[in-house]
Design a protein. Sequence first.
Length: 292
Amino acid sequence: MFIILLKTLISLALFAGIYFIVTAAADEIERKKEEEKENGGVKKKVLDFDDLLSVFEKDPGSKKARIIKFSCAGAFFVIFLALSGKMLISLALGVAGFFAPKLLSDLNKEKKAKRIDDQLADGLVLIANSLKAGMSFPQTIEVMSRQGTPPLSDEFAVVGREVKIGVSMEKALFNFVGRWPKIVNLRIAVIAINIAQEVGGNLSETLSRLSDTMRKRKEIQGKIDSLTTQGKLSGVITALMPFALFAAISWMSPDMMAPMINTALGNLMLVVILALIAAGFVIIQKIVNIDI
Protein backbone atom coordinates (compact mmCIF):
# COMPACT_ATOMS: atom_id res chain seq x y z
CA MET A 1 0.00 0.00 0.00
CA PHE A 2 2.79 2.38 0.92
CA ILE A 3 4.64 1.62 -2.32
CA ILE A 4 1.53 2.28 -4.40
CA LEU A 5 0.96 5.58 -2.60
CA LEU A 6 4.59 6.56 -3.09
CA LYS A 7 4.44 5.77 -6.80
CA THR A 8 1.26 7.82 -7.09
CA LEU A 9 2.87 10.80 -5.37
CA ILE A 10 5.93 10.50 -7.61
CA SER A 11 3.73 10.41 -10.71
CA LEU A 12 1.81 13.47 -9.53
CA ALA A 13 5.05 15.32 -8.77
CA LEU A 14 6.44 14.45 -12.19
CA PHE A 15 3.22 15.57 -13.89
CA ALA A 16 3.19 18.82 -11.91
CA GLY A 17 6.84 19.50 -12.76
CA ILE A 18 6.23 18.95 -16.47
CA TYR A 19 3.12 21.11 -16.32
CA PHE A 20 4.95 23.98 -14.64
CA ILE A 21 7.85 23.80 -17.09
CA VAL A 22 5.54 23.74 -20.10
CA THR A 23 3.51 26.64 -18.66
CA ALA A 24 6.64 28.72 -18.11
CA ALA A 25 7.89 27.91 -21.59
CA ALA A 26 4.51 28.79 -23.15
CA ASP A 27 4.42 32.13 -21.35
CA GLU A 28 7.94 32.89 -22.51
CA ILE A 29 7.13 31.96 -26.11
CA GLU A 30 4.04 34.18 -26.04
CA ARG A 31 6.06 37.09 -24.66
CA LYS A 32 8.68 36.63 -27.40
CA LYS A 33 5.95 36.67 -30.06
CA GLU A 34 4.58 39.93 -28.66
CA GLU A 35 8.06 41.47 -28.67
CA GLU A 36 8.52 40.33 -32.26
CA LYS A 37 5.31 42.09 -33.27
CA GLU A 38 6.36 45.28 -31.45
CA ASN A 39 9.74 45.22 -33.23
CA GLY A 40 8.14 45.09 -36.64
CA GLY A 41 8.46 41.39 -37.28
CA VAL A 42 12.13 41.11 -36.40
CA LYS A 43 12.69 37.50 -35.34
CA LYS A 44 14.34 36.69 -32.05
CA LYS A 45 15.15 33.50 -30.26
CA VAL A 46 11.87 32.05 -29.04
CA LEU A 47 13.22 30.81 -25.72
CA ASP A 48 16.41 32.02 -24.10
CA PHE A 49 17.94 30.60 -20.93
CA ASP A 50 19.17 34.08 -19.97
CA ASP A 51 15.63 35.43 -20.26
CA LEU A 52 14.35 32.75 -17.86
CA LEU A 53 17.07 33.70 -15.37
CA SER A 54 16.24 37.39 -15.80
CA VAL A 55 12.84 36.64 -14.23
CA PHE A 56 14.61 36.45 -10.85
CA GLU A 57 16.46 39.72 -11.50
CA LYS A 58 13.23 41.60 -12.17
CA ASP A 59 11.00 40.10 -9.47
CA PRO A 60 12.18 37.02 -7.50
CA GLY A 61 8.74 36.69 -5.92
CA SER A 62 6.72 36.71 -9.14
CA LYS A 63 4.45 33.90 -10.24
CA LYS A 64 6.78 32.84 -13.03
CA ALA A 65 9.75 32.73 -10.65
CA ARG A 66 7.82 30.50 -8.24
CA ILE A 67 6.79 28.20 -11.10
CA ILE A 68 10.43 27.80 -12.17
CA LYS A 69 11.55 27.14 -8.57
CA PHE A 70 8.92 24.48 -7.89
CA SER A 71 9.50 22.89 -11.31
CA CYS A 72 13.23 22.52 -10.59
CA ALA A 73 12.53 21.21 -7.09
CA GLY A 74 10.08 18.61 -8.42
CA ALA A 75 12.44 17.58 -11.21
CA PHE A 76 15.39 17.16 -8.82
CA PHE A 77 13.29 15.15 -6.37
CA VAL A 78 11.76 12.83 -8.95
CA ILE A 79 14.99 12.19 -10.88
CA PHE A 80 17.13 11.42 -7.85
CA LEU A 81 14.40 9.35 -6.21
CA ALA A 82 14.08 7.28 -9.37
CA LEU A 83 17.85 6.83 -9.62
CA SER A 84 18.68 6.19 -5.98
CA GLY A 85 15.43 5.29 -4.24
CA LYS A 86 16.55 7.28 -1.18
CA MET A 87 13.74 9.50 0.06
CA LEU A 88 15.79 11.67 2.45
CA ILE A 89 18.56 12.45 -0.03
CA SER A 90 15.99 13.10 -2.76
CA LEU A 91 14.15 15.55 -0.50
CA ALA A 92 17.42 17.36 0.27
CA LEU A 93 18.24 17.58 -3.43
CA GLY A 94 14.69 18.76 -4.10
CA VAL A 95 15.24 21.62 -1.65
CA ALA A 96 18.54 22.36 -3.40
CA GLY A 97 16.70 22.36 -6.72
CA PHE A 98 14.23 24.92 -5.34
CA PHE A 99 17.06 27.38 -4.69
CA ALA A 100 19.13 26.45 -7.76
CA PRO A 101 17.41 28.84 -10.26
CA LYS A 102 17.95 31.85 -7.99
CA LEU A 103 21.57 30.83 -7.47
CA LEU A 104 22.10 30.46 -11.22
CA SER A 105 20.43 33.84 -11.75
CA ASP A 106 22.77 35.48 -9.22
CA LEU A 107 25.81 33.86 -10.86
CA ASN A 108 24.60 34.95 -14.30
CA LYS A 109 24.04 38.51 -13.07
CA GLU A 110 27.48 38.56 -11.43
CA LYS A 111 29.07 37.39 -14.67
CA LYS A 112 27.19 40.05 -16.63
CA ALA A 113 28.22 42.72 -14.10
CA LYS A 114 31.87 41.74 -14.55
CA ARG A 115 31.53 42.09 -18.31
CA ILE A 116 29.98 45.55 -17.91
CA ASP A 117 32.77 46.55 -15.54
CA ASP A 118 35.41 45.33 -18.00
CA GLN A 119 33.79 47.23 -20.89
CA LEU A 120 33.21 50.46 -18.97
CA ALA A 121 36.68 51.95 -19.51
CA ASP A 122 36.45 51.56 -23.30
CA GLY A 123 32.86 52.81 -23.20
CA LEU A 124 33.90 56.01 -21.44
CA VAL A 125 36.61 56.56 -24.08
CA LEU A 126 33.98 56.22 -26.81
CA ILE A 127 31.75 58.75 -25.05
CA ALA A 128 34.70 61.12 -24.52
CA ASN A 129 35.68 60.94 -28.20
CA SER A 130 32.09 61.62 -29.24
CA LEU A 131 32.01 64.69 -27.00
CA LYS A 132 35.27 65.91 -28.53
CA ALA A 133 33.64 65.52 -31.95
CA GLY A 134 31.01 68.08 -30.91
CA MET A 135 28.11 65.86 -29.95
CA SER A 136 25.84 66.52 -26.99
CA PHE A 137 25.82 64.03 -24.13
CA PRO A 138 22.42 62.50 -25.08
CA GLN A 139 23.80 61.97 -28.58
CA THR A 140 26.85 60.20 -27.17
CA ILE A 141 24.50 57.86 -25.31
CA GLU A 142 22.90 56.93 -28.63
CA VAL A 143 26.32 56.40 -30.20
CA MET A 144 27.33 54.21 -27.27
CA SER A 145 24.16 52.11 -27.57
CA ARG A 146 24.76 51.57 -31.31
CA GLN A 147 28.53 51.16 -31.50
CA GLY A 148 29.32 49.76 -28.08
CA THR A 149 29.62 46.12 -27.07
CA PRO A 150 26.84 44.27 -25.23
CA PRO A 151 25.89 44.11 -22.43
CA LEU A 152 27.16 47.68 -21.78
CA SER A 153 25.60 49.00 -24.99
CA ASP A 154 22.26 47.41 -24.04
CA GLU A 155 22.29 49.24 -20.69
CA PHE A 156 23.04 52.56 -22.37
CA ALA A 157 20.21 51.85 -24.80
CA VAL A 158 17.89 51.56 -21.77
CA VAL A 159 19.22 54.92 -20.53
CA GLY A 160 18.51 56.47 -23.94
CA ARG A 161 14.95 55.10 -24.00
CA GLU A 162 14.26 56.44 -20.50
CA VAL A 163 15.48 59.90 -21.52
CA LYS A 164 13.23 59.84 -24.61
CA ILE A 165 10.11 59.18 -22.53
CA GLY A 166 10.81 62.15 -20.25
CA VAL A 167 13.12 60.85 -17.53
CA SER A 168 15.93 63.25 -16.70
CA MET A 169 19.44 62.24 -17.69
CA GLU A 170 20.56 62.27 -14.06
CA LYS A 171 17.71 59.99 -13.01
CA ALA A 172 18.26 57.63 -15.95
CA LEU A 173 21.96 57.28 -15.12
CA PHE A 174 21.24 56.61 -11.45
CA ASN A 175 18.67 54.01 -12.54
CA PHE A 176 21.53 52.40 -14.45
CA VAL A 177 23.58 52.35 -11.24
CA GLY A 178 20.59 50.96 -9.33
CA ARG A 179 20.39 47.98 -11.69
CA TRP A 180 24.08 47.19 -11.04
CA PRO A 181 24.85 48.40 -7.50
CA LYS A 182 27.98 46.26 -7.13
CA ILE A 183 29.87 47.93 -9.99
CA VAL A 184 31.87 50.59 -8.12
CA ASN A 185 33.42 52.06 -11.29
CA LEU A 186 29.97 52.66 -12.75
CA ARG A 187 28.85 54.61 -9.69
CA ILE A 188 32.00 56.73 -9.81
CA ALA A 189 31.53 57.43 -13.52
CA VAL A 190 27.88 58.45 -13.11
CA ILE A 191 28.70 60.77 -10.20
CA ALA A 192 31.51 62.37 -12.23
CA ILE A 193 29.20 62.85 -15.23
CA ASN A 194 26.43 64.43 -13.15
CA ILE A 195 28.85 66.77 -11.34
CA ALA A 196 30.41 67.86 -14.63
CA GLN A 197 26.99 68.56 -16.14
CA GLU A 198 25.87 70.58 -13.10
CA VAL A 199 28.96 72.71 -12.45
CA GLY A 200 30.44 72.70 -15.94
CA GLY A 201 33.90 71.69 -17.04
CA ASN A 202 35.54 69.55 -19.70
CA LEU A 203 33.52 66.34 -19.47
CA SER A 204 35.48 64.57 -22.21
CA GLU A 205 38.77 65.17 -20.38
CA THR A 206 37.22 63.98 -17.13
CA LEU A 207 35.99 60.78 -18.71
CA SER A 208 39.36 60.13 -20.38
CA ARG A 209 41.20 60.46 -17.06
CA LEU A 210 38.61 58.31 -15.32
CA SER A 211 39.04 55.65 -17.98
CA ASP A 212 42.83 55.62 -17.41
CA THR A 213 42.29 55.29 -13.66
CA MET A 214 39.93 52.36 -14.19
CA ARG A 215 42.47 50.58 -16.38
CA LYS A 216 45.20 50.99 -13.74
CA ARG A 217 42.81 49.73 -11.06
CA LYS A 218 42.00 46.71 -13.24
CA GLU A 219 45.71 46.03 -13.62
CA ILE A 220 46.24 46.04 -9.85
CA GLN A 221 43.16 43.84 -9.36
CA GLY A 222 44.56 41.39 -11.89
CA LYS A 223 47.81 41.11 -9.94
CA ILE A 224 45.87 40.51 -6.73
CA ASP A 225 43.77 37.81 -8.41
CA SER A 226 46.90 36.06 -9.67
CA LEU A 227 48.35 36.07 -6.15
CA THR A 228 45.17 34.63 -4.62
CA THR A 229 44.74 31.93 -7.27
CA GLN A 230 46.48 29.38 -5.05
CA GLY A 231 44.02 30.05 -2.22
CA LYS A 232 41.03 29.69 -4.54
CA LEU A 233 42.42 26.45 -5.94
CA SER A 234 42.97 25.16 -2.40
CA GLY A 235 39.30 25.81 -1.66
CA VAL A 236 38.22 23.82 -4.72
CA ILE A 237 40.54 20.91 -3.85
CA THR A 238 39.37 20.93 -0.23
CA ALA A 239 35.73 20.77 -1.37
CA LEU A 240 36.37 17.93 -3.84
CA MET A 241 38.57 15.83 -1.55
CA PRO A 242 35.68 14.30 0.50
CA PHE A 243 33.94 13.17 -2.68
CA ALA A 244 37.15 11.55 -3.95
CA LEU A 245 37.68 9.76 -0.63
CA PHE A 246 34.06 8.61 -0.55
CA ALA A 247 34.34 7.18 -4.06
CA ALA A 248 37.69 5.50 -3.32
CA ILE A 249 36.53 3.88 -0.07
CA SER A 250 33.24 2.79 -1.65
CA TRP A 251 35.18 1.09 -4.46
CA MET A 252 37.79 -0.58 -2.21
CA SER A 253 35.49 -1.51 0.69
CA PRO A 254 31.77 -1.26 -0.16
CA ASP A 255 30.73 -2.77 3.17
CA MET A 256 32.37 0.06 5.09
CA MET A 257 30.33 2.77 3.34
CA ALA A 258 27.11 0.77 3.05
CA PRO A 259 25.58 2.21 6.28
CA MET A 260 26.02 5.73 4.90
CA ILE A 261 23.97 4.82 1.84
CA ASN A 262 21.46 2.25 3.10
CA THR A 263 20.35 3.74 6.43
CA ALA A 264 18.33 6.85 7.24
CA LEU A 265 20.95 8.01 9.76
CA GLY A 266 23.68 7.61 7.15
CA ASN A 267 21.66 9.60 4.63
CA LEU A 268 21.15 12.35 7.20
CA MET A 269 24.89 12.41 7.82
CA LEU A 270 25.52 12.72 4.09
CA VAL A 271 23.17 15.70 3.88
CA VAL A 272 24.92 17.40 6.81
CA ILE A 273 28.33 16.68 5.28
CA LEU A 274 27.28 18.20 1.95
CA ALA A 275 26.00 21.31 3.74
CA LEU A 276 29.27 21.68 5.68
CA ILE A 277 31.36 21.23 2.53
CA ALA A 278 29.35 23.92 0.76
CA ALA A 279 29.67 26.29 3.72
CA GLY A 280 33.43 25.72 3.96
CA PHE A 281 33.88 26.33 0.23
CA VAL A 282 31.95 29.61 0.40
CA ILE A 283 33.95 30.79 3.43
CA ILE A 284 37.28 30.03 1.75
CA GLN A 285 36.22 31.88 -1.40
CA LYS A 286 35.16 34.89 0.67
CA ILE A 287 38.53 34.96 2.43
CA VAL A 288 40.63 34.88 -0.76
CA ASN A 289 38.35 37.26 -2.69
CA ILE A 290 40.11 40.62 -2.24
CA ASP A 291 38.50 43.60 -3.92
CA ILE A 292 40.09 47.02 -4.21
